[in-house]
Write a protein that binds this ligand. Structure first.
Ligand code: FAD
Ligand code: NAP
Length: 321
């Protein structure tokens, strides 16, 4: 039975990634009565990476877990009400706005949506059969299980290259499968990949290639079936694991009935004085959920800061509502 939170707060931040935590720091310093709902992934996407090299000021030994832990401690320094809950649906027609979580119902005069994005999948049936049984979306979490084994990574962006390099220090051989003949990743990572190939000699790149199927005995994976556009032929590769790193989809579905969304991204920019406002006044969005271009930790944090400043403005204009 769900407990209703009768008393509303001034602001609820949905999400505990860099955007949500930064918004919380700024809103509490503006004396806004704030609640932060962590969601299914406390710390957000960054907890999946063991090395962050582009967070200004932190130039050595910075893992995602370490950075997000420090952000959480920073949030805890202020009087923020942190709830471990997942929002399942919302009603933005009511005011104060209503959020329906797995645990509770929450009411708030303003909302910052900072729900980020989730890993995109290949959309082949076998991927669901073998998820957690040979198919993974997180090298840091699951890489260790593939020590000295042959595995594959699919994708050509920063995530895929980082995961390939990381896994090549654990696995015997890593096959990197990419659908084009050029990587989308940053130059520094491409150079690092080729250096790793020179040093470790255990990464095999398959350009212009697609994964057609994942094969096994329903309990473990033993091969993937590939199609090469260059050679115009199918062939199998023996692997016991496949890491999917083909990008992310914004977590916007629960809001889609109420606010404007384009290609799954929450649209902002409806108010010249409050740039992070969505199509409904009082509802703001920050981070990857509303950013189809930059999608970096620093840009997510920066927009979390902007959203909190916008909320402060909104609440002071609407203080008698
Ligand atoms: P996210 O980090 O995605 O956080 C979203 C939050 O919303 C989560 O806490 C989740 O629990 C919560 N949530 C989701 N749905 C709900 C719900 N229904 N109810 C309540 N809460 C919900 N960027 C860099 O700048 N440098 C890097 O080195 C780097 N490395 C990366 C490595 C990997 C493997 C990946 C995947 C990404 C990396 N990025 C990196 C990108 C960076 O992680 C993202 O840009 C950033 O995390 C986005 O922050 P965010 O707060 O917008 O969203
Ligand atoms: P991304 O940049 O969107 O790259 C996704 C990759 O997967 C692309 O190479 C894409 O191919 C491929 N792909 C997409 N759909 C596919 C499909 N259905 N089948 C096969 N391949 C498919 O995603 P990302 O690498 O996860 O990065 C997301 C964001 O996080 C980016 O902004 C990135 O900069 C950031 N990030 C940063 C760091 C860092 O700074 N160190 C690390 C990780 C992530 P195409 O190239 O052909 O489109």
């Amino acid at each position: 039975m769900k407990k209703t939170e009768n008393k509303h707060v001034q602001l609820i931040i949905i999400g505990s990634g860099p955007a949500g935590y930064t918004a919380a720091i700024y809103s509490s310093r503006a004396n806004i009565n704030t609640m932060l709902i962590t969601g299914p992934k406390p710390g957000g996407q960054l907890i999946q990476t063991n090395e962050i090299e582009n967070w200004p000021g932190d130039y050595k030994n910075l893992s995602g877990i370490k950075l997000m832990d420090r952000m959480l401690n920073h949030v805890k320094k202020f009087s923020i009400n942190i709830k471990n809950d997942i929002i399942k649906s919302v009603n933005f027609k009511k005011y104060p706005f209503e959020l329906y979580g797995e645990e509770n119902i929450y009411l708030s005069k303003s909302i910052i949506i900072a729900t980020g994005s989730s890993t995109k999948l290949l959309n082949i049936p076998a991927e669901n059969v073998y998820m957690g049984k040979g198919v993974s979306t997180c090298a840091i979490c699951d890489g260790f299980f593939y020590k000295n084994q042959n595995i594959a990574v699919v994708g050509g962006g920063n995530s895929a290259l980082e995961e390939t390099i990381y896994l090549s220090n654990i696995a015997q051989k890593v096959h990197l499968i990419h659908r084009r003949d050029q990587f989308r990743a940053d130059k520094i990572l491409i150079n690092r990949l080729y250096n790793q190939i020179k040093n470790n000699n255990n990464i095999i790149i398959h350009f212009n290639s697609y994964i057609l199927d994942i094969l096994g005995n329903n309990k473990i994976v033993n091969k993937i079936q590939i199609y090469s556009k260059t050679e115009k032929k199918e062939y199998p590769i023996n692997v016991s694991g496949l890491f999917i790193a083909i990008g992310h989809i914004p977590n916007s579905e629960i809001f889609s009935k109420y606010i404007d969304i384009e290609n799954n991204y929450v649209k902002i920019g409806y108010n010249d004085l409050m740039k992070t406002q969505t199509s409904i006044p009082g509802i703001f969005a920050a981070g990857d959920i509303s950013d189809n271009i930059y999608r970096q930790a620093i840009t997510a944090s920066a927009s979390g800061c902007m959203a909190a400043i916008d909320v402060e403005k909104y609440l002071s204009i609407n203080k008698y509502n």
